[in-house]
Design a binder for this molecule. Structure first.
Ligand code: PEP
Ligand code: MG
Length: 748
């Protein structure tokens, strides 16, 4: 094999491009390409293996191996040298293939004659699509330059595949982004939706991977880099003074990369080989993504992430494509993003039917917004941004944490049927909207709704909720770059109360800290954020913001009754202190001559087991207590609510947990303290029934859950349910669920 020069490389790329432009079937193109590459590189063999499914590579074209083996020879990822190239997503270059670890000789191909082997991954943006191999008899290792040249060719093949150039006979030749794919992620917010993909950052499509004139391409690259540097400088100057330390660090890293000679030099070399400026950016981005998957160090991975983001920006500048998606551009939009900030998510507004994220967490800001918007959210859907295209059909199953991308018709039909049934059921619930949730034996349960946005309030009428049992106040703090103004908050709280038309609204003070960091708050790195400096702990240690919020609540009430509860109280002292702070603010407002609320109820959320064992005086002092079951359950079972490996491990209807809840009910009964339950479990009918059976009389839930919960409660005899639970408990069962389900199935 002779040493190749840059101009040879450019010639080969041009010939490849011409092959693409010619009429012809996908297979014919592939055959031509292997012939061209073998010829240009002076190799005896050139073969293209493409992924047939996630685990299998198929020989799709060859020059030099036995033609009969095309579409017959298959390898698993990791199997043989070709499989190893695909798994490791890096080139393999050897003069003696037989001596390599993992070598596997495939007799049907006749490859025994060829000892020299060079394989490179065909990958696009870190996604491996196949492997390109050249082999020769001469038993020599290829130079670095040749490896590089073949990588450039593989890059062009990947772009061609993306554009559907090889679509034709054989499933393996299908273009990527046409297969149906099932993603198993995590539940961020329950609910289900079917619609079309709306990419938060649409993929840039490179239609011209090969360019004629490196001088022109170099200029395009440098102009785009100048624009990019300008953008980064602008971001930095805007952020200066307002952004937190962490945010500034990211922007500084951006600036460093934007000025990195190494990055630019590699792209210049790619262009020299015949790639267009955008293809050069993509090639380096692919390498970065492949490294991201291999680097274990989280700091380095973050930096690679930054570089990936910069590459995206550069691509958008070069192609003029992209920008943020618009909800109106597709029907029933389901937002797909790597991650998204709360403000950006709110900007899409209520048109969104669902959200799917590659990253995110249950406690993330995006999840809080999705919860407030009551739209299904699936998190940790790995690689979905690489697989999804704008407009693709997509199903989000937030109950199971599943996402079906480009589902087959049967799946889509089944799902539509399920949704139609749910919609019918909702209609049925509307007939009992104004009726009480009274059980057959005459016990009435108060059903309230959880909210977090002004826009939630209309649901009060539609759902039949008696009031707002939990108004989460985080959103107004999360979506701004500075602390909200007291006047603005007071006006909002006032509007919320107006919209509630005299029904009770329980405002929860800011539940923030640790992983839920405000953009303007100094980030503290904590080893275990869920057990860290959060909610009331932040409020009491740094009371400035809490005081301001309490004043805003008092002013918002403008003479009406006010109910405030403090989150995450772990001991009596904390409640006393927080309550004292509120009473102080009332006195201050009185002194200032403001109208005071007609009455103030001050409560605590019971989210840590410790509070259940607080002195009797706590229960006497609290006007009401609301069980935050989401947190309480995670601390009771020591099972992280965000960790998919454990979050479903313990049933809420586990006998231990139920008995614990019952003890809380008993303690509140002793002191006559009003008790409610406002975690997600309150909205699950079987759970709600069991809570009512052990003595809870008020539940607060998502508006959409009120109908199903009320429907079930109205059908049952609570004393009977209680007896079923007691019998199951006495039997030594782990959970009362099977017994309750069984009993329900026997009801008429
Ligand atoms: C809870 O913990 O149950 C709760 C209602 O609060 P959040 O989900 O906002 O933590
Ligand atoms: Mg909580």
């Amino acid at each position: 094999m002779a040493e190749k020069t840059d101009s040879d490389s450019r010639k080969l790329l041009r010939r490849l491009r011409d092959t693409l432009a010619e009429e012809g079937e996908g297979q014919e193109r592939l055959d031509n390409i292997t012939h061209l590459i073998a010829d240009s590189m002076g190799a005896d063999v050139c073969s293209i293996y493409l992924l047939r499914d996630a685990d299998t590579l198929e020989l799709c074209a060859t020059e030099g191996l036995n033609p009969e083996s095309v579409h017959q020879t298959r390898l698993r990822i990791g199997e043989g040298l070709v499989g190893r190239v695909a798994r490791e997503a890096s080139p393999m270059n050897t003069g003696d293939a037989t001596a390599e670890r993992g070598f596997r000789y495939m007799p049907e191909t006749g490859e025994e004659n060829f000892t020299s082997f060079l394989g490179v991954p065909i990958q696009r943006l870190g996604e491996t699509l196949g492997v390109l191999v050249v082999q020769s008899r001469d038993g020599r290792e290829h130079s670095e330059d040749e490896v590089y040249a073949l990588e450039v060719v593989a890059m062009v093949l990947a772009e061609m595949a993306e554009l559907g150039a090889f679509v034709g006979e054989g499933e393996a030749l299908a273009a990527p982004h046409q297969r149906q794919i099932l993603f198993r992620g995590g539940v961020g917010q329950e609910g289900a939706a079917i619609g079309h993909v709306l990419l938060h950052e649409p993929r840039v499509v490179v239609t011209n991977p090969v360019a004629d004139d490196p001088v022109v391409e170099n200029k395009r690259l440098h102009d785009a880099m100048d624009t990019l540097r300008g953008h980064v400088d602008d971001m930095l100057s805007v952020a200066m003074g307002t952004a937190g330390e962490e945010h500034m660090k990211v922007l500084e890293a951006y600036r460093m990369f934007a000025n990195s000679r190494g990055w630019v030099r590699r792209m210049e070399e790619d262009i020299e080989r015949g790639l267009s400026a955008e293809a050069a950016v993509e090639k380096e981005q692919s390498a970065v993504r492949a490294r991201m998957g291999r680097v274990p160090d989280p700091y380095l991975r973050e930096r690679l992430h930054d570089l990936d983001d910069l590459s995206n920006r550069l691509l958008r500048i070069l192609t003029g494509q992209g920008g943020t998606g618009e909800a109106g551009s597709v029907e029933n939009p389901i937002l797909v993003a790597r991650n998204i900030g709360p403000g950006e998510l709110l900007d899409y507004g209520r048109d969104l039917k669902g959200v799917v994220l590659e990253e995110g967490s249950v406690g993330s800001h995006a999840a809080i917004v999705a919860r407030a918007l009551a739209i299904p959210l699936v998190i940790h859907a790995e690689r979905i941004t690489a697989e999804a295209l704008n407009g693709d059909q997509i199903i989000v199953d937030g109950d199971q944490g599943l996402v079906h991308l480009r589902p087959e018709d049967t799946v889509a039909h089944a799902f539509r049927d399920k949704m139609a049934m749910q919609a019918k059921a909702q209609e049925r619930y509307s007939s009992i909207r104004s009726k009480p949730a009274r059980t057959r034996d005459g016990v009435t349960i108060g059903l309230h709704m959880n909210a977090g946005l002004m826009a939630d309030l209309p649901s009060l009428e539609g759902s039949g909720a008696e009031g707002v049992g939990l108004f989460r106040t985080e959103l107004q703090f999360l979506t701004r770059s500075t602390v909200p103004r007291r006047g603005d908050l007071a006006a909002l709280y006032g509007r919320v109360m107006d919209a509630a038309k005299g029904r009770k609204v329980v405002f929860r003070t800011l539940d923030i800290g640790s992983d839920k960091v405000l953009p303007y708050m100094k980030r503290v790195d904590e080893p275990n954020p869920a057990l860290g400096w959060r909610a009331i702990r932040v409020g009491l240690d740094k009371p400035g913001v809490m005081r301001m919020q309490l004043q805003a609540l008092i002013r918002g009430a403008a003479g009406r009754p006010l109910a405030v509860m403090f989150p995450f109280v772990a001991q009596f002292e904390e409640f006393k202190e927080a309550r004292g702070l509120l009473l102080e603010q009332i006195e201050r407002e009185r002194a200032l001559g403001h109208v005071l609320p007609e009455g103030v109820e001050i409560g605590a959320m019971l989210e840590t087991p410790s509070l259940a064992f607080a002195p009797r005086q706590f229960f006497e002092l609290a006007d009401f207590i609301s069980i935050g079951g989401n947190d309480l359950k995670q601390f009771f079972f020591a099972a992280d609510r965000e960790n998919e490996l454990v979050r479903r491990r313990y049933d809420t209807l586990n006998v231990s947990f139920l008995t614990f809840l019952e003890q809380i009910v008993a303690r509140c009964a002793e002191t006559g303290t009003t008790l409610s339950f406002c975690g997600e479990d309150a909205g699950r009918p079987i759970e709600a029934l069991c809570f009512a059976a052990i003595g809870l009389r008020t539940l607060s839930m998502r508006p959409a859950s009120i109908g199903p919960v009320k429907h079930l409660l109205r059908r049952v005899d609570l004393a009977e349910a209680r007896a079923v639970i007691d019998t199951a408990r006495a039997s030594g069962a782990q959970s009362v669920r099977p017994a309750v389900m069984d009993w329900l199935a026997r009801q008429t």
